[in-house]
Design a protein around this ligand. Structure first.
Ligand SMILES: NC(=O)C1=CN([C@@H]2O[C@H](COP(=O)(O)OP(=O)(O)OC[C@H]3O[C@@H](n4cnc5c(N)ncnc54)[C@H](OP(=O)(O)O)[C@@H]3O)[C@@H](O)[C@H]2O)C=CC1
Ligand SMILES: CC(=O)N[C@@H](CCC(=O)OP(=O)(O)O)C(=O)O
Length: 345
């Protein structure tokens, strides 16, 4: 049995890690860390956990790298941007396994991080030790696993076959992504206030979203002809879910049948990626509560435009679920351990 610690337990992704790890037969949570709730018993802070005896002994603690390394085999950072950048160095020097859900180690160039996150980056030598691991394509090469962002995950899975198999015109890609409110974390803001979010839709961070550079960096590894993409993000009044509509013009002499075959081939062996049958497009209910990415395809010959609809649960595939999938690969566990879930029907 491996022992893990969660930093940021009182946040949405931290709690989702706890929920999913509860169903994992090879892992036990031995330490939980926070800031504003330090000293509180987990079951007192979250009374919904009171029926579960294994959490009765967990008290939220102040971050302590030495203690974590002495008591656990791996640590998750489920903390806002800027925290892992400050606290990860001891783990990296000791090559202690980390899975970082934040964006702090996704961009290896410090100036790129500082431009898109508007905060100081970690040191270049530390950034170089991190591995950006998109779990349906990659397995971890180092002990510091940088979990992709939620929008980036959905977008990259949406685009992968098109870039890997050279199927589209790279100057024609438009990604229109929409997220539920849990994507913004638990901190209340004006835009996430119920009255502003309910029965409303709003676009935000247009052309400035921090996931743009990690998407482009990854696309470049698949296709050297990659060009900038048009990328927008909107807030929709649901709790969980990311809905990504992607549009692109097919390259000369490429047919829709070839595109469909490329998606089916790319994801044939991916347990967590479903390519919907011809004529079917997925919706959020297809994936909420699961680690699944569902992808549907459509083509308009009049405009030579391919539409790809991709949906994920931002807290599972977009955060905690992918982190556990990466952990399963890292420890050579069954990829599905803790993640073999049906959608909430
Ligand atoms: N929500 C989502 O769908 C996704 C989130 N992410 C990323 O995952 C990370 C966590 O996101 P999310 O769960 O939404 O965030 P939340 O805002 O919901 O929670 C963040 C948690 O981090 C804790 N925290 C802050 N500073 C520290 C610290 N110094 N030491 C220990 N704990 C600390 C907070 O505790 P306290 O309140 O006590 O300060 C809080 O519980 C972020 O980087 C986010 O960008 C990635 C993909 C998707
Ligand atoms: C709805 C909403 O606000 N979503 C957040 C996603 C934040 C996130 O996942 O941040 P990092 O992956 O960069 O850490 C956003 O768009 O910024």
């Amino acid at each position: 049995m491996k022992k893990v610690a969660i930093i940021g337990i009182s946040g949405y992704s931290g709690l989702e890690l706890l929920r999913l790890l509860h169903g994992h037969s090879e892992v036990t949570v031995v330490g939980v860390y926070g800031t504003s709730t330090v000293g509180e018993k987990l079951t007192a802070l979250f009374p919904k956990l009171q029926g579960y005896a294994e959490y009765a002994g967990l008290t939220i603690k102040q971050f302590d790298a030495a203690e974590i390394m002495a008591t656990a085999d791996l640590v998750f950072f489920a903390t806002p941007a800027g925290i892992a950048a400050i606290h990860a160095a001891d783990f990296i020097h000791a090559e202690f396994p980390v899975i970082d859900l934040s964006g702090d180690f996704r961009l290896q160039d410090p100036s790129q991080y500082e431009k898109w996150y508007a905060r100081p980056a970690s040191h270049a030598q530390l950034l170089a030790k991190a591995d950006y691991v998109l779990a349906d394509f990659d397995t971890p090469k180092t002990a510091y696993i940088s979990n992709p962002g939620c929008y980036a995950t959905a977008t990259l899975l949406s685009l992968a076959p098109l870039y890997k198999e050279s199927l589209i015109q790279y100057d024609s890609v438009i990604v229109d992504a929409k997220s539920g409110l849990s994507g913004a974390g638990k901190k209340l803001t004006d835009s996430s206030h119920y009255v502003n979010a309910n029965e409303n839709v709003s676009m935000y961070k247009l052309n400035q979203h921090q996931h743009i550079p990690e998407i482009i960096n990854k696309l470049m590894t698949w296709q050297e002809k990659t060009l900038p993409i048009q990328f927008s993000t909107s807030l929709i009044p649901v709790t969980r879910g990311i809905f990504v509509s992607t549009y692109a013009k097919l390259a000369a002499d490429v047919s829709f049948e070839q595109v469909r075959e490329a998606y089916e081939k790319t994801y044939r062996d991916s347990y967590f990626v479903t390519v919907c049958e011809q004529g079917h497009l997925p919706d959020l209910h297809h994936v909420v509560g699961t680690n699944v990415t569902a992808i549907g395809l459509g083509y308009n010959p009049l405009t030579n435009t391919l539409t790809v609809v991709t949906v994920i649960d931002n807290l599972v595939k977009g955060a905690a679920g992918q982190a556990i999938q990466n952990m399963n690969h890292f420890f050579n566990f069954d990829e599905k351990a803790g993640l073999d879930l049906l959608p909430i029907l």
